[in-house]
Design a protein around this ligand. Sequence first.
Ligand code: SF4
Length: 370
Amino acid sequence: MFRSIFDASFLRAEFDAAGINSQFIPLIWKHVIRNPNCEWTEIPSLPTAAYSLLQSKFKTTTSVVHSVLDSNDEVTTKLLIKLQNGAFIEAVIMRYDSRLGKYGGQSRPGGLRSTLCISSQVGCKMGCRFCATGSMGFKNNLSSGEIIEQLVHALQISQIRNIVFMGMGEPLNNYTSLVESIRVMTAFPFQLSPRKITVSTVGIVHAIKKLHYDLPNLNLAVSLHAPVQEVRCQIMPAARAFPLEKLMGSLQEYQQNSQQKILIEYIMLDGVNDEEQHAHLLAKLLNTFEVVVNLIPFNPIGSLSQFKTSKEQSVLEFQKILRGTYNIRTTIRREMGQDISGACGQLVVNLSDKKLTSTGLITDIEDLRP
Ligand code: SF4
């Protein structure tokens, strides 16, 4: 099996073993980003030994774009990507055009900006009960190259300014590939600012403790979804392994070290976590933190979940309590791309009946900006 040219540590090790200077690596990447289907011989000025090494062990991209689906309003584009092992993942491009006022109806400076939502695993083992991906179970981790290739494919379509790890999978359960892929994305030739990259987690406590040291200046989003352990376990079985108290302790440590706001994601489930008492408990839990709370109206996923969407009034009331009583910055997530199943929720690829179905996602990560 060939390796992706974007599997950085493997590539470096092979170059070192062959005595090839690793300074050529970013130049190779630069060429491939512009010409993903190029032949190795088309890349000029490499040492002779590099050509034969690349030919025998590497591919420019190991994944292929199987299909591209645009939403009717052209704000969202979903890429269905086939991996070398035959599995499918999805990546979603979301465009915000402040000139057209398409960002939550509010105008913002900066013009057109695109965010790419990236998958980190095929399936997911966390089994959150509101999530379509969770119902697939875990299939496999993506390599760092497979993670970066989603960006390479998206760059052929759009200028990507922000990355969110909110696609299929729990990124912190694929920690090594996550860290390596972000290090590549923030270096030449991608040169994305770490402040434009967000990792979303259900709260893998031991990984959160390491994250700041391995990837400083990153944005962290935490899927909290409930202010008490009991309700959290009901929604997210994985929460049993990561008790709320320990999670909040790790976030405290993270915030002290990073000095950055944390995005708190809170899915609104009718009669489960959306009552006034939950809003007060949440506010008290977040009392000592610098956060933006993002209320996410639940996107029904058919028979895969028993939960119901909160009433609009409940969501507004919840926001009012957090904002008005406790002065916590609180947004309500706007849905995008529902007509291509690229709206808020989680991704799932189901090929069993020859149809590709998914519910997707969206982020309000730019709300983290001061
Ligand atoms: S919400 Fe995220 S962590 Fe939970 S099952 Fe879905 S993909 Fe996994």
